[in-house]
Design a protein around this ligand. Sequence first.
Ligand code: MLT
Length: 402
Amino acid sequence: MPHPSEIDLTVYPDECDAFGHLNQAAFLSLFERARWEMLVRGPGMDVFTRAGAWPAVRKTVIDYHAAAFPGDVLRFHQTLTHHGRTSFTMRQTARRIKDDVLIATAEFVFVCINRDGRPIEVPVEFGEFMHTRRASGGAQRLTVNGVSLAVEIRGDGPAILFVHGYPFDRTIWRAQIDTLDGHRRIAPDLRGMGESDAPDLGYGMTIYAHDLAALLDTLGVDDVILCGLSMGGYVLFEFLRRWRDRVRALILVDTRAEADGTEARRARDAAAAAARENGAQAIADAMLPKVLSPATLAHEPETAERIRRIMAATPVAGMIGALSAMRDRHDSTGLLPTLAGLPTLVIVGEDDTLTPPDGARRMASAIPGARLVVVPGAAHLPPVEQPTETTAAIRDFLRVVG
Ligand code: MLT
């Protein structure tokens, strides 16, 4: 039985323009119809009026990815990405069922108001209903540090926490999660990305690190191997500053310890403005050629499309939050020599231009005893572009670490 937050709706001819494409106004009402249908199948269409509240739309962001035509059946998926006292944010996606093409993604910010137009609390029943949604692909949802995170947990043994970069999700670790037997693999979506909550505000490296510590507390893990890619590495540096005694070993993948310089900080603000104005799709299109190697782009269109989709599905609030967190992060170069005694593996894609091999070499030599593995045929995403080699490098390292 699909969860009631998945609603199938058919596109009618009168909703389409002269060229036969589903038009914008009709699209907006399909998104709305999907939300009401969901309530009909859940707590009831009157869940708000029962509580004397009305959900007033305050902001709408829609990214149109592909055209839909009369007769297409679209599957609308609704998730609550932020649940405040009087406001909430819903993220909706519409996919065509017959070919699973992502047609559009949307974010709606609501404020609950009473008859006088004053903010009133979000009905408890509505919040409870939305929080029963599941995450996809065998992941579970855990509420830690005030946010609901989608987390995949597999296997038994020493725990490894996999932390993805920006703007990705836990599935970049798919090959490692599937094959690193003998370890308890824990892969969350960071707040604001993937299927985790995406609050409008409240992002920072410290906050991400606290989310991870709270997640490990919830799972009863106090001795962990950390593995972070790019922004995931920045988060791990914050984690290490606070909870070094909980860390058994460290794997840094395509990341850097330096903070952003003036130019990079400016570029973060420009990217945030572009995300706000043009949506996640525009960011995804601009980033794709930078994160994958020429070989992956040329010979693995499915991998490229998978990565593009992950980026395009990232909530805009989460993108903007991550960009500000990266812009404001501390320099961690001083931390590197203090990691003496912590078994560390540094991995980098040979073609990475965002966090290039030279930087990875410098970082590895600043951490006493660290090993470096350069992965050929990969740019910024070795776990995805060269999954076998990357997993083998991690496995060899884990053999030594135990
Ligand atoms: C990432 O992959 O997390 C980003 O490329 C990191 C960054 O932009 O600094």
